[in-house]
Design a protein around this ligand. Sequence first.
Ligand code: ADP
Length: 460
Amino acid sequence: MFSSIRTKLTLWYVAVLALVVVAFSALTFVVLGNALNRDIDERLVEMSRNFGVAIMAEQEDESAPISERAIAEAVNEMRFRDYQFSISSGGGRTIASTSGNVIDPKCLIGDAAFRDCEIGDESFRVYESPLANGPREYRLFAFHSLHELTELKRRMGGVFLLGVPLTLLLAGVGGYFLARKSLAPVVEIGRQASQIGAGNLNERITIKNKHDELGDLAEVFNDLLGRLDASFEQQRRFMADASHELRTPLAIVRGEAEVALSKDDRSPAEYRESLNILHDESKRLTKIVEDLFTLARADAGQFKAAFAPVYLDEIVADAVRSMRVLADQRKINIEISSTTELPFNGDESLLRRLFLNLLDNAVKYSRPDGKVTVECLATDAQLQIIVSDNGIGIPPDEQDHIFDRFYRVDKSRSRADETATSGAGLGLSIARWIVEIHAGKVVLVSSTKDGSVFSVNFLR
Ligand code: ADP
């Protein structure tokens, strides 16, 4: 129960409120108590002053020393409900008192002008001041009962003791319901999210208020679901396309093996031909599986490119040399028309694979006696490798898709033209991935019926 955010929020809220309310109550109690005490003290001083004036008024001769008669007269006149006076001679003898009570002598001894003291069961605030005129000195004690103040403080304490827990209880209940209400959309988002799985990733979370923070949260969830859905879909398509691509060469291998095994008396030439077909198809299968493996590792982010200083022009020249055998077989002239030093920081084997894929396509889709040209160019900011062929070209409406996985412009065309190196429509996707991890760009610059031009650009 205490692990729920609702309860935690409520507890925090009540704890903070308790701190504030208790501090406020204590402060009020102290400040108000002090103010009332000060008020009593001020009034005691004032009353004592009035008492002095009353004594002087009772004196026949104002310049004569204070007489005990004048004091007794003043005591008779100064009768108040809340104040009492007592006058003692310098020797400590009480001369007159407005109170019928016997005043504890302890009350009359002390250093401070103000003091608290008990008389009977009652507490008093006492103010002592000198009363002098001439050589005789008396001490005037003014008393104010603290009964009312104590009562007021007691009641105030009672109000706080009852009011503070009650306020906290009400705030706690209110806070809990408020927290419950504010978190209700989160609970709803959780409920809906728990019903979404791999089977229904196309579903989305619906929320009433789209413009508050929880609306934003649901939006973030929905975006995440959208990305997951797209990636699941991509994986599904990848699996389906991969199995489709593997099915054909596997069927050929199986069919050819069955044919070879169906008769016992086959000539060595026939066996050789069958083995050649099996060899070609297994090479093709190996290439597809390797490409799939590369892309799967790339998708999983597991591919660690080994970056090192290289010369792109040398890698390109190497790739051209490797392709020359295949090009010669098809009577295609392959050459580097212009070259310059292209120092770069990259993964040599990946870069070789990139250029081989581009050159493989250029040769594969060239007409016999065609020409493939490679240019290595450098500007201040960029390194550029251009691969041009005068082959069959790519129709305009297909050009946007050639970098997609498993995309082949004309399935029948590429199958008929199959070579051991021909892939499953993965060559350009791998090329693009390699260029991207080197922070570069590969584009189809142009493609017509007379040929295609691909360009790879890297930042220096
Ligand atoms: P594949 O491995 O089948 O060649 P790619 O991904 O390398 O697949 O290429 C995708 C498709 O783009 C090819 O099937 C082909 O139709 C087209 N293509 C790529 N390069 C060329 C080119 N130089 N000339 C004509 N068509 C090309």
